[in-house]
Write a protein of this length. Structure first.
Length: 492
């Protein structure tokens, strides 16, 4: 029929669905032409979500990026001459649910009271070839919603069309990140970028993804953390730097883990972990209010309050409180016996730090639902952390636990290059025992420390897990637009 199904030219949108409804409800003059005292023309584009055929007139529901609005289409209004093929053939026979169209017309209220657009011009903007799953909606309530995770996560683009409320989760995610960025910027922090491809996968205890650089003929690693590069910038003279970084860890996937995830890390010169706890409380309280409108958030069957201050307890006291065992002076063999008594699976690759970590994770972590700082970790667990100023064998570190999960990890950073080299060498011994998450020695980072890094406080926030809390989502896959999945097999 000579109609291009995928036109390239600009379509002159003037309004969005929710904007039109809001303007009409308050009799805004924008929807009227004062010179003619007639309704003004609006121009909107969106996807057809339903059609009600009434013979020479139809009602259709159009969905754009802001919401939905009803369109009234009458044959004689869009076909002014004798040729009625635009209505009789194109609209009635060739257009389908899922097609994207442009509509020009004026706004009115139907006899049933629904704000609608009376179409005067209809333009096909994109033909849909694949049918959408049909989701029924009545009086604002959805029926037959698509809940299959395989479909939802793999075809997120389709889910966003048929389950538009899902978009609210990702709008909140953006607001959350913006609020955190504004807090940091307002307090003088500088946003920076660090390498994703690294020759040494440092800054965390995790198994990396390995790739190969053809021109240099050397292996590279996708970053597991950006910590060591941000600390290099503190050495270089910046006082406060931060980065929202995409990190990659070659580990299992579950409802709180995805191999690709987002971390906010920031480092501040001349501060310590006590300052960092206070700053973390203020940052999270502001972020929650900006994102949710209140510091109190509904998470599953409980309300979690992000209002400062938060509880603080040492990791040894937490283990003692929930297991009745004081592990503070135990050696590796004694810790293994405790794990056996507590029915915790361990293996020979685990050193003292890993054993203490697994005891806390298995027996204590779930008990901390409200925001809680777990502080003062054993030195074996924290190879990048400064030794405690008053407690031998411990380091100045905290983890923030919320809803039974780690949300942030922070240190008074280790800035003694000799001590740091010894800690790295201990990590190499663990690697030789078979610990695939032990850290590599980063000789360039040691060289940077030898130039001198001032006392520094640093922290890393799990952005995806925090978003799960603020949007009340049960799985990390629900807050990632495109979560990692096993590749599909297509018949070529």
């Amino acid at each position: 029929m000579g109609i291009e199904p995928y036109p390239a030219e600009l379509y002159p949108i003037t309004h969005y669905s929710e904007q039109i409804k809001s303007l009409f409800e308050r009799d805004a003059p924008e929807l009227y032409n004062p010179s003619t005292n007639q309704p003004a023309t609006v121009c909107i584009a969106g996807r057809i979500m339903s059609i009600r055929d009434m013979g020479k007139a139809n009602f259709a529901v159009l969905q754009d990026s802001h919401g939905k609005i009803q369109v009234y289409i009458r044959r004689d209004d869009i076909c002014l001459g004798e040729d009625k093929s635009l209505y009789d053939i194109v609209w009635k026979k060739l257009m389908d649910i899922g097609d994207i169209i442009g509509v020009k017309g004026f706004v009115f209220r139907t006899k049933s009271g629904e704000i609608s657009i009376h179409a005067q011009q209809l333009t096909l903007l994109c033909k849909s070839l694949r049918p959408l799953p049909i989701v029924k909606e009545a009086e604002g309530v959805m029926y037959d919603a698509v809940t299959d995770p395989e479909f939802r996560y793999r075809q997120r683009y389709a889910e966003l069309i048929i389950n538009p409320y899902i978009k609210d989760v990702f709008v909140k995610r953006t607001k959350m990140i913006q609020a955190m960025r504004e807090f940091l910027n307002d307090h003088g922090a500088l946003e920076v970028e660090t390498p994703v491809l690294q020759s040494i996968p440092g800054g965390a205890a995790a198994r990396p993804f390995i790739t190969h650089h053809n021109a240099l003929d050397v292996p590279f690693y996708l970053r597991i953390a950006n910590e060591l590069y941000l600390k290099r910038l503190i050495v270089g003279g910046f006082d406060w730097v931060y980065e929202f970084s995409r990190n990659f860890r070659n580990e299992g996937m579950d409802r709180t883990h995805n191999p690709e995830f987002t971390i906010l890390e920031f480092y501040v010169a001349y501060k310590d972990y006590f300052w960092m706890m206070n700053t973390t409380e203020r940052l999270l309280e502001k972020t929650t209010i900006e994102t949710c409108g209140t510091p109190d958030v509904q998470v599953e069957d409980r309300v979690i309050s992000f209002k400062a201050p938060y509880k603080r307890i040492t990791i040894y006291d937490a283990i003692n409180e929930h297991t009745g065992v004081d592990v503070s002076n135990m050696n590796e063999e004694e810790l293994r016996n405790v794990c056996t008594q507590l029915d915790i699976h361990v293996d020979k690759t685990m050193g003292k730090g890993k054993l203490i970590d697994v005891i806390f994770s298995e027996k204590c972590e779930d008990h901390y639902q409200q925001p809680t700082f777990i502080i003062d970790y054993p030195v074996e667990m924290s190879p990048l952390t400064k030794k405690h100023r008053s407690k031998p064998g411990l380091v100045e570190r905290f983890e923030l636990i919320i809803n039974g999960k780690e949300m942030a990890n922070a240190y008074t950073e280790l800035n003694d290059p000799i001590d740091q080299r010894e800690r790295f060498e201990e990590q190499v011994k663990l690697m030789e025992r078979g610990d695939t998450e032990a850290m590599f020695i980063d000789h360039d980072f040691l060289r940077a420390l030898e130039y001198g890094m001032p006392s520094t406080a640093g922290i890393g926030f799990g952005i995806d897990r925090l978003c799960m809390l603020l949007t009340n989502q049960p799985s990390i896959q629900d807050v990632l637009l495109f979560p990692q999945m096993r590749p599909e097999k297509f018949n070529e």
